[in-house]
Design a protein around this ligand. Structure first.
Ligand code: DOR
Ligand code: ZN
Length: 429
């Protein structure tokens, strides 16, 4: 039966929509968009007061399956994604076995089709076993549906290795996504190197450890002509380097996480909260402000979560022994609305570009547009719903949110993936 979504405020800059219109969904597609639609026989849902946008995509998510299902699996990770308003996620390849060949890509895809609450776009490793020593089976992975290459969790340490991966792999037309971290310079760095690391007696992870590889990778993208995407950028200077690369015509894009925008090293204190241990680390207030500005002015292309679930017992270890990462799927949209949109710093249209349009463009996915004929991947949210992070637990198997206890305004209520509802009134379908 056709479904008529009435009275939502629809925002989709790709079709210059920003106003109240009705949207008719028929099977997996949008059948009609217009004012005061009346369709005989259609089920009607009133979405007055809510926003409806093209389905959000998070292009940086760790679903942990295969291998680390104790932290998260494809079912629980995509459930968290649906709860957060996402219609699709790009899964990172640091699984066990590593997603470095077509068989593992096929497993992730088929598992997602079986148990997923949203679309899963698998990425494949650049190097075998993420070891940085030999190229992965890039062609095989693309043939099985990999949308991007990345050694996320690690940077490719050898410049020559990165060059070979890009030179060979660019024929597949996919983007190379770089986690930038010079391991020799960063060593066992735990948090941003500076006053806070000194005060807390934790080894420092210097900004230059990230910036060096951002600069290097942009040079290698220029050399090879490959498409480069800088992951979870965290420093003001790193952003300057990307800005310069873009201005020079290099095919480079970048992403930022809510935690690098809305948390800083100053949130770390003598309680040694390991949920705040992330890689790259939380930086200074100046860095966070520069990232927020970059998001607003277009230097940052996409907002991603780097959703990195870990078990409570892993995160209960001493700070130095706890793994890096925090979950983010269930808070990302709400944080962006609360901190950037509701405060008037950024438009709703820009949010849609950062969280729906650009991620699809960078990953080479078909765009979703709020117009007749488009696939019905849609996100609906209540801009005034107020809630407290963690109060009602999480859909994710993990609980390592760095935002626990924060009160946010704005939350996803309904999600449609190919016309099929995955979230209804805030509940997983
Ligand atoms: O904080 C992080 N956690 N950063 C990464 O790059 C990897 C991720 C993980 O896999 O836990
Ligand atoms: Zn990473």
């Amino acid at each position: 039966m056709a479904l008529l979504l009435k009275n939502a405020h629809v925002v989709d800059p790709s079709v210059e929509l920003d106003g109240v219109v009705d949207v008719l969904i028929d099977s997996d597609k949008i059948a009609e968009v217009g004012e005061n639609l009346a369709v005989e026989g259609a089920e009607v849902r009133d979405l007055s007061g809510k926003y409806l946008v093209p389905g959000l995509v998070d292009m940086h998510v760790h679903l942990r399956e295969p291998g680390y299902e104790v932290k998260e699996d494809i079912e629980s990770g995509t459930r968290a994604a649906a709860k957060g308003g996402f219609t699709g996620v790009c899964a990172m390849p640091n699984t066990d076995p590593v997603t470095d060949n077509g068989t593992v890509v096929e497993f992730v895809k088929s598992r997602a089709a079986e148990v997923g609450h949203c679309r899963v776009y698998p990425s494949g490793a650049m190097t075998r076993g993420l070891k940085g020593e030999a190229m992965s089976e890039m062609g095989d992975m693309v043939a099985h549906g990999a949308v991007a290459f990345t050694d996320d969790g690690r940077g490719v340490q050898g410049a020559g290795m990165l060059r070979r991966c890009m030179d060979y792999g660019k024929m597949f037309g996919k983007v190379f996504m770089s986690h930038c971290q010079d391991e020799d310079l960063v060593g066992h760095g735990q948090i941003n190197e500076g006053k806070v690391s000194t005060r807390l007696a934790l080894e420092g992870w210097p900004a230059a450890g990230e910036e060096l590889q951002i600069a290097r990778d942009i040079e290698i993208a220029k050399l090879t002509g490959a498409k480069l995407h800088i992951q979870h950028i965290s420093t003001a200077h790193g952003l300057e380097i990307v800005r310069a690369g873009k201005a020079a015509g290099v095919q480079v894009t970048c992403e930022a996480t809510p935690h690098h925008m809305f948390l800083t090293e100053n949130d770390l204190d003598e309680t040694y909260n390991t949920s705040l241990k992330v890689n790259p680390p939380l930086r200074t207030e100046e860095d966070a402000e520069a990232i927020r500005q970059g998001v607003i002015d277009g230097t940052v292309d996409a907002i991603v979560t780097d959703h990195a679930p870990h078990t409570p017992w892993e995160k209960a270890r001493e700070f130095e022994l706890a793994p890096f990462g925090m979950i983010g799927l269930e808070t990302s949209l709400s944080l962006v609305l609360t901190e950037l949109v509701n405060t008037g710093k950024m438009s709703m249209g820009r949010m849609v570009e950062l969280m729906a349009i650009k991620p699809r463009e960078i990953l080479g996915l078909d765009q979703v547009q709020v117009k007749a004929g488009s696939v019905a991947d849609l996100t609906v949210f209540d801009p005034s719903a107020t809630w407290t992070v963690g109060e009602d637990g999480y859909e994710s198997r993990a609980e390592n949110s760095g935002f626990a206890g924060r009160t946010l305004t704005g939350r996803a209520t309904d999600v449609f993936v190919g016309g099929k509802q995955t979230l209804a009134d805030g509940c997983i379908c």
